[in-house]
Design a protein around this ligand. Structure first.
Ligand SMILES: *[C@@H]1O[C@H](CO)[C@@H](O)[C@H](O)[C@H]1NC(C)=O
Ligand SMILES: *[C@@H]1O[C@H](CO)[C@@H](O)[C@H](O)[C@H]1NC(C)=O
Ligand SMILES: *[C@@H]1O[C@H](CO)[C@@H](O)[C@H](O)[C@H]1NC(C)=O
Ligand SMILES: *[C@@H]1O[C@H](CO)[C@@H](O)[C@H](O)[C@H]1NC(C)=O
Ligand SMILES: *[C@@H]1O[C@H](CO)[C@@H](O)[C@H](O)[C@H]1NC(C)=O
Ligand SMILES: *[C@@H]1O[C@H](CO)[C@@H](O)[C@H](O)[C@H]1NC(C)=O
Ligand SMILES: *[C@@H]1O[C@H](CO)[C@@H](O)[C@H](O)[C@H]1NC(C)=O
Ligand SMILES: *[C@@H]1O[C@H](CO)[C@@H](O)[C@H](O)[C@H]1NC(C)=O
Ligand SMILES: *[C@@H]1O[C@H](CO)[C@@H](O)[C@H](O)[C@H]1NC(C)=O
Ligand SMILES: *[C@@H]1O[C@H](CO)[C@@H](O)[C@H](O)[C@H]1NC(C)=O
Length: 439
């Protein structure tokens, strides 16, 4: 009995939340393998350098695991990165139920370093990021899951709310080369055999979810939405590094919902204006040609893009260029959509001008072995996909945005599934299914 009291006290001490920033790194380092760094609810922790995981199976979380605004906030006050788990020897670490505020002031550029708000992955296995809110990064992404020495594997990223990330001021067609600091991704995945599931990404200005090959990974059941900013891409499969040469083998992008902007005021019966001109330029971009200019001659291979649902304003719902062995099937449009955007100044700087906005665009002579099954409302248009991010959103007062998303003149939003049961006819009409098979 006498032994129990001090033991209990120890357990209680170990579990008590750490109230001030000064102690965070020291506690984590001293705690070692499996240590749980418990942050206090409703507390803001300003960080002048990143908080670093230091041993396997450590966890950083908020006491009591709240999922709302009570989650502790790690706020960047120096550098660009708040939490880091990409060093060697960090298998199975968990980042859960916290908020990460990049503390970007207005449209300022990032200071030197330019890393993500959160950097996990590395040469590690089995990390977890869940119920985390990440927003206003100073660097190029809200959440980076890195590849390590090309041996990162099995990271799980789920139930997070991400955004806003970056600013949507005019871009060069090669965003990361032209300006490293203006735009930012929501989730940047470069770890293999990973799962990105049930995350909500709103107003990430570069790509909502960017997949850098990340072979064998699954990106499913996520919601990506442009509410008040222009997003270049919803879900990107356009990068060919670091998994050269564009290795998307076993990578699966399924059942995600991608929503461009909806009208913010009444225009005419079918379309209205949008105060912030929010749209997604490319809902899902597949292949390097879509994003980069012609100097990039790579071809990506191996992915599956299926059962994704689109709605709202896009320049292009999907665009495909320079890929082989991809399966792109049953991606559908629901509710109202428009395909809008004007040629930007740099659309004509290359030798080939891209095709104007359409729901589905592909560049056939860059695709190897393509079978197309066209159905319903939208068919694939053959045209130039080079550098599609050069398009610019229409002026805010153009009646170019569709009604939807529960906003102005929209149908009330209904619970997922309930809509299908109560209005099967509308669902069938709206879901104009399109199929392209690349085998
Ligand atoms: C941080 O909190 C601990 C209590 O956990 C306290 O002992 C310490 O003095 C505090 N440090 C600072 C710098 O406030
Ligand atoms: C975390 O690691 C980075 C370098 O990887 C270092 O610059 C930073 O000072 C470390 N943070 C702390 C709190 O020690
Ligand atoms: C990752 O790969 C590098 C380079 O091949 C190697 O040195 C390292 O040991 C690997 N790490 C793990 C955890 O497998
Ligand atoms: C998905 O994440 C949201 C939080 O954004 C959560 O409320 C919901 O329960 C999660 N759904 C599933 C199926 O896990
Ligand atoms: C991928 O991860 C799963 C666990 O999520 C594991 O069972 C499987 O063996 C892994 N595949 C490879 C090729 O490593
Ligand atoms: C692509 O990645 C898969 C899975 O990791 C691997 O088996 C394959 O060898 C890679 N292909 C190339 C061309 O590197
Ligand atoms: C097509 O995708 C929709 C939306 O994800 C899904 O409900 C439907 O079951 C899929 N159809 C087939 C034939 O897989
Ligand atoms: C077009 O791209 C160049 C760089 O290639 C850039 O300097 C210029 O600002 C861009 N045009 C516009 C209208 O911004
Ligand atoms: C609404 O305005 C848009 C843009 O001017 C136009 O394309 C569309 O046809 C109009 N719809 C109706 C029903 O008048
Ligand atoms: C689609 O637009 C019509 C007007 O053209 C509007 O009545 C309807 O509510 C919109 N649909 C949705 C799902 O919001």
């Amino acid at each position: 009995m006498r032994l129990l009291a001090p033991l209990t006290l120890l357990v209680l001490l170990a579990r008590a939340c750490v109230p001030n920033t000064t102690d965070l790194q020291a506690q984590l380092t001293a705690g070692g393998t499996g240590y749980v760094l418990s942050l206090c609810a409703d507390q803001v922790y300003p960080l002048t350098s990143s908080l670093n995981f230091t041993a396997p199976k450590q966890e950083i979380s908020t006491e009591g695991y709240p999922t709302d605004g009570r989650r502790a906030t790690l706020r960047v006050d120096g550098g660009t990165c708040a939490v880091r788990a990409d060093k060697d020897g960090l298998d199975g670490v968990h980042l859960r139920n916290v908020q990460v505020d990049g503390n970007r002031q207005g449209n300022e550029g990032a200071p030197a370093g330019n890393e993500g708000n959160i950097v996990v992955g590395g040469s590690n296995r089995g990390q977890l990021v869940e119920w985390v809110r990440s927003f206003n990064p100073r660097g190029w992404t809200c959440l980076h899951i890195t590849e390590g020495d090309l041996n990162c594997t099995e990271t799980t990223v789920q139930h997070n709310d991400i955004g806003p990330c970056g600013y949507d001021t005019w871009m060069d067609v090669r965003p990361r080369m032209a300006s490293l600091t203006q735009w930012a991704d929501g989730i940047s995945l470069s770890c293999t055999n990973s799962t990105v599931y049930n995350n909500t990404v709103v107003d990430a200005t570069d790509g909502g979810i960017v997949i850098f090959g990340a072979p064998l990974s699954t990106v499913k059941g996520n919601r990506v939405r442009a509410a008040t900013r222009v997003m270049l891409g919803g879900i990107n499969l356009v990068d060919v590094t670091p998994w050269k040469p564009g290795n998307y083998s076993g990578t699966r992008v399924a059942s995600n919902r991608i929503e461009g902007g909806y009208a913010t005021a009444m225009g005419n019966a079918t379309r209205g204006p949008h105060a912030q001109r929010a749209l997604i330029k490319i809902g899902i971009g597949v292949g390097p040609r879509v994003w980069w200019d012609k100097t990039d001659q790579s071809t990506s291979a191996g992915g599956v893009v299926t059962d994704n649902v689109f709605s709202g304003a896009f320049s292009f719902g999907m665009a495909v260029g320079a890929v082989q062995n991809f399966q792109i099937t049953n991606n559908t449009f629901v509710g109202n959509s428009t395909f809008i955007g004007e040629y930007g100044a740099n659309c004509t700087q290359w030798d080939q001008t891209p095709n104007p906005p359409v729901p589905l665009l592909r560049e056939p002579d860059t695709l190897t072995s393509v079978n197309i099954a066209k159905r319903e409302t939208y068919g694939w248009v053959d045209g130039r996909v080079q550098g599609l991010t050069c398009f610019v959103a229409p002026p805010a007062d153009d009646w170019a945005w569709p009604y939807g998303g529960g906003g102005v003149n929209a149908e009330p939003t209904v619970e997922k599934g309930a809509a299908v049961r109560s209005r099967p006819a509308a669902w069938l009409l709206a879901a104009s299914a399109l199929v392209i098979l690349v085998v």
